[in-house]
Structures are given as C-alpha cells and as structure tokens.
Design a protein around this ligand. Structure first.
Ligand code: HEC
Ligand code: HEC
Length: 255
C-alpha cells in the first residue's frame, strides 16, 4: 500500500507524531502525538493523527485531512503551525496525499489528548492560495523525481537548508546545511548535502549515502544523531533511494 510506504518510510510522519523516550518510540503511541518542540518562537506539540474520534482525526473527512496536510487548515478554520512542514507539503501530489490519508485511516486509534501548541509568532492566515491539483512527478526523470522526494515528501531540504533573513529559509543555498538541533543527544548540525567535494557529499560513493540514510552512519564511520529519521529511511525502496541520490548529486556545490 503506497500510503503505508510513504508515511512509514521517506515521509517519516512518526518522526514528529510518535512520541519517543530514551529507548526510541514509546510503545502503543504510534502517530498519537504529544512530542514537544520547544523553541524560541513556539512551544509546539505534535497532534494525534490516529483515527481516534475524540482526540485524533477520526471525525475528519478525507478532504479535511488533505486540507490540513497540504494547506495547514483544520476543519474549525484554525491554522497549523511549525514545525509541521506545510510549505513543502503543498507540493504533495494528489495521489500521494490521498494514499497517506487512506493509510492514516487504518492505523490503530489511540486515545491521547495532547496539550495545545503555543505560538509566540503570528501564524499566517494561509500558507498560500488554495492548492488545486498537483500531478505526480515524471517517472522517467530521476532528478525531478528526486527533488520531489527530498522536498514535498521527505522535507530533507527543510532541515538541510540554512536560514536566511527574516527567519525564512535561504533557498539560494539549498542543501548547504548548518541548522542546529538540540536534544538528549547534545547538538547536531544538519550537514551539507551539496556536491561540494569536501564540505558536501561530492566525495561520497552512492553506497556511503545509502548507508548514512538507512543506517545512520557517516562516511567516516561516525554514528549520526537525530533528528534525521533513520528508522524510517531504512524502509525506503531502491528506486526512491536512487532518485534521491540523483537529485543530491545535482545540487550545485556550495561551501
Ligand atoms: C517536523 C515535524 C512534523 C512532521 C515531519 C509532520 N508533522 Fe504533522 N504536525 C506537527 C506539529 C507540531 C503539529 C501541530 C501544530 C499545531 O499545533 O499547530 C502537526 C499537525 C498535524 C495535523 C493536524 C492535526 C490536528 O488535529 O491538529 C495533521 C493532520 C498532520 N500534522 C499530519 C501529518 C502527516 C500526515 C505527516 C507526514 C506526511 C506529518 N504530519 C509530518 C509536526 C510534524
Ligand atoms: C529533522 C531534520 C532532518 C531531516 C528531515 C533530514 N535530515 Fe539529514 N541530517 C540532519 C542532521 C541534524 C544531520 C547530522 C547528524 C549528525 O551529524 O550526527 C543529518 C545528516 C545527514 C547526512 C549525513 C551527512 C554527513 O556528512 O555525515 C545525510 C547524507 C543526510 N542527512 C541526508 C538527508 C536526506 C536525503 C534527507 C531526506 C530523506 C534528510 N537528510 C532529512 C537533519 C535532518
């Protein structure tokens, strides 16, 4: 089932929506929300996206869930805030977002009321004009397909692109890394994924990139820290891995 594949591999929704303890995902709480993102501009709590009718999204229609994922609007009209990567999810194809929703309907409902998020920054009234229809990327163009996987589906570029002015990502330096993440592991820094020979992945073999994604081991053998969703990327199929690498190799070299 495509929806299960997307949610449980490259999209890794559980990386934010399944709460984790020191030993990994907390049992019985798959996609039940409650993970806290404590940052300066907000204290966000991920939502329960299981089909529980009271505390999850069980009463929402398919169209309402699609609107929430792609446009950040709940049925009650409120706006979903960061770090839910709405700007990128706007580009999810009609087929893929529908498949994700079909899968979310099948996960076990979990009763888990989560605290509301608090935003100290104003949320936009909308993330853009209404999304009409998004086609699938062409199957025969690895770089374009890989760009779709690294952007709308996997939001790799969200973490791996530095912030520019006004708290917005500097898309002219896409893939250059630099963002820092604090957690129980200490501080990790999103790496440079461009084709730069030393600072980026230019000197890496395909196999080394596969290993970094699937097993969380860097080219020099060092174990990589979260919040990369290695447990999810481990399930990525070979076609998607190939196209993702083709896209990364196409990124202009940046120091
Ligand atoms: C980087 C973290 C992150 C990722 C990845 C992520 N989400 Fe979210 N999501 C959140 C947070 C945080 C909220 C709550 C934001 C708020 O309170 O406004 C949220 C809210 C939602 C909501 C609104 C539900 C409600 O009741 O308010 C839906 C639906 C949702 N996410 C679905 C998904 C799906 C499906 C995926 C994978 C394709 C996904 N999310 C990936 C962080 C994430
Ligand atoms: C939630 C943020 C986040 C997301 C999403 C994310 N990454 Fe990462 N990534 C990181 C961080 C942080 C590191 C560095 C970890 C460390 O140094 O221990 C990293 C490391 C890497 C590395 C290892 C590079 C090196 O020099 O060791 C590769 C390759 C990589 N990411 C590729 C990807 C790809 C491809 C995707 C999408 C499928 C992705 N990342 C999604 C945060 C993220």
């Amino acid at each position: 089932m495509r929806g299960r594949y997307l949610v449980e591999s490259i999209a890794g929704c559980g990386n934010c929506h399944t709460p984790q303890g020191p030993d990994g995902n907390l049992p019985g709480l798959t996609l039940a929300g409650g993970m806290v993102f404590d940052e300066k501009p907000f204290r966000a709590v991920s939502s329960n996206i299981t089909p529980d009718p009271e505390t999850g999204i069980g009463r929402w229609t398919d169209a309402q869930i699609i609107l929430a994922i792609r446009e950040g609007k709940r049925p009650d009209g409120t706006i979903i805030g960061p770090p839910m990567p709405i700007e990128l999810y706007r580009g999810l194809s009609d087929r893929d977002v529908a498949a994700m929703v079909a899968y979310l309907r099948t996960v076990p409902p979990v009763r888990n009321a989560v605290a509301p998020s608090e935003y100290r920054i104003p949320l936009p009234p909308a993330y853009g004009p209404a999304v009409a229809s998004v086609p699938d990327p062409p199957a025969d163009d690895p770089v374009v397909r890989g760009r779709y996987l690294a952007g709308p589906v996997g939001h790799c570029v969200e973490c791996h692109t530095p912030m520019g002015e006004g708290g917005r990502r500097d898309w002219s330096r896409i893939g250059a890394g630099g963002q820092t993440f604090e957690g129980p592991w200490g501080v990790s820094v999103a790496r440079n994924l461009t084709s730069h020979p030393e600072a980026g992945l230019g000197g890496w073999s395909d196999a080394q990139i596969h290993r970094a994604l699937r097993q969380g081991v860097s080219a020099d053998g060092r174990r990589l820290f979260p919040p990369m969703g290695f447990q999810y990327y481990a399930k990525m199929n070979d076609d998607d891995m190939r196209d993702l690498v083709a896209y990364l190799r196409s990124l202009p070299s940046l120091p």
